[in-house]
Design a protein around this ligand. Structure first.
Ligand code: PLP
Length: 376
């Protein structure tokens, strides 16, 4: 792919990575469970209008956070049902029902209020059950009774019953108990609501507890090729690379201060390159002083001093042929080296989800397919 030489920064998305990652998910969960592709927050910053059409043939449902995101997705006309993961405001319910979205509810009262807006049409609901996330849903001990109320709704259409795991990558013992409890609940509820579809697993759950995938899994981060815990990283491919061009290369004598706050002084003569991205583009300011690196000519080059709004300064002393205009990689691969979103996240004291959804590069997005070699 040739990138215009006057472009300072850009993101490249490899659509083949999604196919690969969906195969990896399928390999873990087996052939019976369906895949709900979580494309909230603009497909985790990857661009929903390009990602959703690229994966639609390999997934069963889409999930987004809210009605606003669902409307953007629905406008693409991809012909898959859309699950709203978050609660609706009372004044959003009518639009959600009219559009036929699967509305997540936390109580029988909320279910009945939503269904009431559908008139004689059928209404699709997802009853959330709180098994430890503490964010939405009815309490697990009340769930059977809530389902008894909901199945009385005359116009109940698709009916999902789901939970969300708070710690699948951090507390295996708790999660196993949580999933066993949800499994027992599902068995009990099936007698009351035989058509209900159950789901619980997010990305970490898919890797760590694939055996607990009943009707669907909800795949977010793994789809984009990042995962926790990182032992599973070799099974998936990052879809996104973030690149920029060096805009300035300078020789800096020993003893000069670099960037705001003068937190770094050159210990000896150094060659320092300016990369035209900063925290305004989503390069996290929190990596300042934590030895974050970028790749230049396939070599790791440390970020020196603080990240500024529009620029970072990197040590290219060991890359003597680095020139203005050369490509540098902030996330992605160059030569034999790779910087994962997860690495940048770790250095910033945050998580890959946060890095992806915070990307706002003042440049362009390019989509390509590494299987066919085409730019799309
Ligand atoms: C965001 C979200 C997911 C996807 O989580 P990942 O860890 O990114 O796979 C699944 N379920 C719910 C309810 C979510 O909010």
């Amino acid at each position: 792919m040739s990138i215009p030489s006057n472009l300072r920064t850009w993101v490249q998305i490899d659509l083949a990575a999604f196919r690969h990652n969906l195969k990896a998910i399928r390999a873990r969960i087996g052939s019976t469970a369906g895949i709900i592709a979580v494309v909230k927050a603009d497909a985790y910053g990857h661009g929903i209008t390009r990602v959703a059409p690229a994966i639609v043939d390999q997934i069963d449902l889409f999930a987004v956070a809210n009605v606003h995101e669902a409307d953007e997705l629905a406008a693409l006309g991809l012909g898959r049902d859309i699950l709203l993961l978050g609660p609706c405001l009372p004044d959003e319910r009518q639009a959600a029902v009219d559009a036929g979205y699967i509305v997540s509810v936390s109580s029988a009262e909320e279910a009945s209020a939503v269904a009431g807006l559908a008139g004689t049409r059928s209404c699709a609901l997802n009853l959330k059950v709180d098994t430890g996330m503490g964010r939405m849903g009815c309490w697990h001990e009340d769930a059977a009774e809530v389902v008894r109320q909901i199945v009385k709704l005359p116009n109940l259409g698709a009916f999902h019953i789901s939970t969300h795991l708070p710690a699948p990558d951090e507390d295996a013992d708790f999660t196993r108990e949580e999933l066993e409890g949800f499994g027992r609940l599902a068995a009990e509820i099936k007698a009351i609501a035989p058509r209900a579809k159950f789901h619980a697993l997010n990305s970490a759950g898919i890797f760590e507890f694939a055996g607990f995938a009943p009707d669907y899994v909800r795949a977010g981060l793994v789809l984009y090729g990042s995962c926790y815990p990182d032992i599973y990283q070799p099974q998936i491919q990052p879809a996104l690379s973030w690149k920029a061009r060096l805009v300035l290369v300078r020789d800096v004598p020993a003893g000069r201060s670099v960037s705001y706050g003068r937190t770094f002084f050159t210990p000896h003569q150094m060659r320092i390159a300016t990369v035209p991205v900063g925290y305004a583009d989503g390069f996290p300011r929190q990596v300042s002083g934590h030895d974050a690196a970028v790749l230049v000519h396939g070599k790791r080059c440390l970020v020196l001093g603080r990240v500024t709004m529009d620029q970072i300064l990197v040590d290219v002393t060991d890359v003597p042929d680095a020139r203005v205009g050369d490509e540098t990689v902030l996330i992605g691969r160059q030569g034999g080296e790779e910087i994962l979103a997860r690495e940048l996240a770790d250095k910033a004291g945050t998580i890959s989800w946060h890095i992806f959804t915070g990307l706002k590069p003042r440049g362009s997005y390019f989509y390509y397919d590494s299987d066919t070699g085409s730019t799309v």
